[in-house]
Design a protein around this ligand. Structure first.
Ligand code: AMP
Length: 427
């Protein structure tokens, strides 16, 4: 008999992990929603042209895309990231400026699967289209920072750089290309290959044999225009003003081609250095224009959900929320009382489960214990005859009580309110 498993680099999220994923989104929305960002939900699949604009020279586009020709003959791709989709949506709908949007959802990249690197992975992110103001950069960076710290993460570093204006970046890329060509013999084979397509990406190399060559490469700050310099200073001043710590790293170039001026990355000290970027972003220029819209500045970040949750595990923060049932109904009289009581309590907003199939008291109590419920409500023949239920407390040592059936919902609410620690249940 053939059995099936998830494809490599893809996985199922079951109960507790799925609950944690929802809690992650709630934490994100509470931070970005409070700053006036609205959700955007672009389709997962787009015309391949939307993504080619990210940069043909990037691995994401040239090697890792899930693309195919659909039944209508359109060349489409599963999105490898969402910034290009947001810009495509902006051009299509022309919302008013500034356009401040957040997203959360899966992306697809055909990468070699390993811990913290999957072929389907989730990102949460924001994009701001319109303002060129350095305070927009500060706002975006601060939201990413505040979100990560709101999860409880302590070992996170914000790394900053500026790629200058497009002309600065072009001159810098040329200088780096010339420099690397002069040292090509000493570079790793991989970097020699990368150098042909995208010299700046070599500066991201983590291979030991490349380290000394990278350390003496031309430095971006030598190429910044006065305007780009002033913009970057304002960004750093803004971050200082609101107490977001940062470190300058001239080697931070990031993978995608469309960045200019501010780029940044959130790195976790809790993860392996090869895989330590929780997320990052930067200012992009020309992307909206490339997609057929008016020249529109933009800035945003994307944070990888799986990798951030791994960092949370290492730091023992952001635990799986308590989403289980609170009340379990044990009915040995045939089940119709369980049906009525469960429905009544659920309609009053309490998470309730019950046994099925008229099983024995012992079997149902076992199920109640397994359910993690705080309270078992027992209905036997005696309770049925006297119009009561027996309340048995499954945590702590409170002795069992007999409640009038007609008061059960109120009594349950009062008992659970006493038991529940704040903030552990889903809202
Ligand atoms: P990028 O869109 O490449 O700038 O990536 C932003 C963040 O998304 C990274 O820092 C990771 O946390 C996450 N990410 C990117 N690619 C993957 C992947 N293949 N698997 C898991 N997370 C990823």
């Amino acid at each position: 008999m053939t059995t099936f498993r998830t494809s490599p680099g893809m996985r199922d999220l079951l109960g507790p992990e799925a609950a944690r994923r929802r809690a992650f989104d709630r934490a994100f929305v509470s931070v970005v929603g409070a700053a006036g960002y609205e959700q955007i939900v672009p389709p997962i699949l787009e015309d391949i042209g939307v993504f080619s604009r990210i940069g043909e020279a990037t691995d994401v586009v040239s090697k890792e895309m899930y693309d195919f020709v659909d039944r209508g003959g359109r060349h489409v791709a599963l999105r490898p990231e969402q910034t290009a989709s947001v810009c495509r949506a902006f051009v299509e709908h022309r919302p008013s400026l500034p356009f401040k949007a957040w997203y959360s959802g899966p992306n697809f990249r055909y990468e070699k699967p390993q811990r913290g690197r999957q072929r389907q992975f989730d990102q949460v992110g924001v994009e701001v289209l319109g303002p060129d103001d350095p305070h927009a950069d500060v706002e975006v960076i601060a939201l990413g920072w505040d979100f990560l710290t709101s999860l409880g993460l302590g070992d996170v570093e914000l790394v900053l750089n500026s790629l200058g204006d497009p002309e600065d970046r072009r001159r810098f890329t040329e200088a780096v290309g010339e420099y690397l060509t002069s040292r090509a013999g000493e570079l790793s084979e991989q970097s020699r290959e990368t150098m042909q397509r995208n010299p700046l990406r070599v500066l991201d190399s983590k291979r030991p044999e490349d380290a000394s060559i990278i350390s003496t490469a031309p430095r971006i700050e030598e190429f910044w225009s006065p305007e780009a310099t002033a913009h970057f200073e304002a960004v750093r001043d803004g971050l200082d003003r609101i107490g977001v710590p940062w470190r300058l790293d001239g080697g931070l170039v990031r993978g995608l081609d469309y960045y200019r001026r501010t780029t940044f990355e959130f790195r976790s000290g809790a993860l392996d250095s090869a895989q330590n970027a929780l997320g990052g972003g930067g200012r992009y220029d020309g992307l909206v224009e490339d997609l057929g819209g008016p020249a529109t500045p933009g800035i945003g970040f994307a944070i990888g959900v799986e990798r951030t949750l791994i960092a949370c595990d290492v730091e023992s923060v952001f635990p799986v929320p308590n989403t289980g049932v609170e009340v379990f109904i044990v009915d040995t009289t045939g089940g119709s009382e369980a049906l009525a009581l469960a429905t009544e309590l659920r309609r009053a907003g309490h998470p309730v489960d019950r046994g099925f199939g008229a099983r024995s008291m012992k079997a149902q109590m076992k199920a109640a214990d397994r359910s993690g419920a705080a309270l078992a409500l027992i209905v036997g023949e005696d309770e049925l005859a006297s119009g009561t239920v027996t309340a048995r407390f499954l945590r702590g040592d409170r002795p069992q009580e007999q409640w009038a059936r007609s008061e059960t919902t109120q009594r349950v609410a009062a008992a659970l309110a006493e038991q529940r620690p704040p903030d552990t249940t889903e809202s």
